[in-house]
Design a binder for this molecule. Structure first.
Ligand SMILES: Cc1cc2nc3c(=O)[nH]c(=O)nc-3n(C[C@H](O)[C@H](O)[C@H](O)COP(=O)(O)O)c2cc1C
Length: 178
């Protein structure tokens, strides 16, 4: 089962990068860091589709059986950089694919709008966004221990299990595009 986790935040050393790497390591998932691949602002010019980083990103997304998208909430939505990166994709890579969502937020009850925004955008790709979703506030992180505290870690565990269940179901159904 090939699950790909996407760090949808650009800042180096941020909580979104931390959690992406933490989950990737814990579950041995492949990951993509949008701050590393740095796709250019989409202009629609033909040359952009031939860029090696664009071709590779699209190929990895297509090959994945399931995706975990993680974004910081920025002003009530996902990060603009993540939206720009996702705009290089089409239904070809994502239709029917199980996708799990995590938002990192600043506390103060933020994060839900980012999740809703990602869910709507994934709907545009006909992706199958799973029911469980998580918001990680700053106090979910054990910075000294380089890990998540037990309770948020359990939420991640439950979400990963649910994602794997949906991946198994969709693999058994041999959905189009795979
Ligand atoms: C430009 C900007 C906008 C933000 N807007 C929100 C917001 O609307 N709601 C929220 O809960 N947090 C907001 N935050 C806080 C971030 O979501 C939070 O600090 C998150 O952990 C940042 O991710 P990072 O640690 O990977 O950089 C914002 C931060 C920035 C830099």
């Amino acid at each position: 089962m090939d699950i790909l986790i996407i760090n949808g935040g650009m800042p180096r050393g941020g909580r979104t990068e931390f959690i992406t790497r933490f989950i990737a390591k814990e579950y041995q998932f492949h990951y993509i860091d949008i701050g590393e691949i740095k796709l250019p602002l989409l202009t629609g010019e033909q040359e952009q589709w031939q860029l090696p980083e664009v071709v590779s990103f699209k190929e990895k997304m297509k090959m994945a059986d399931g995706i975990i998208l993680i974004s910081p909430e920025y002003h009530g939505g996902m990060s603009g950089a993540l939206k720009n990166t996702l705009d290089y994709l089409s239904r070809e890579e994502l239709a029917h694919k199980p996708v799990a969502l995590i938002a990192t937020a600043g506390g103060g009850k933020g994060g839900m709008n980012c999740l809703n925004n990602m869910r709507i955008v994934m709907r545009g790709f006909y992706a199958n966004v799973i029911p469980k979703q998580i918001i990680l506030d700053p106090d979910c992180f054990d910075y000294d221990g380089n890990k998540l505290w037990e309770e948020p870690r359990k939420l991640v565990e439950e979400m990963v299990k649910e994602l794997e269940m949906y991946v198994k179901i969709s693999t058994n159904l041999m959905l189009p595009g795979k």
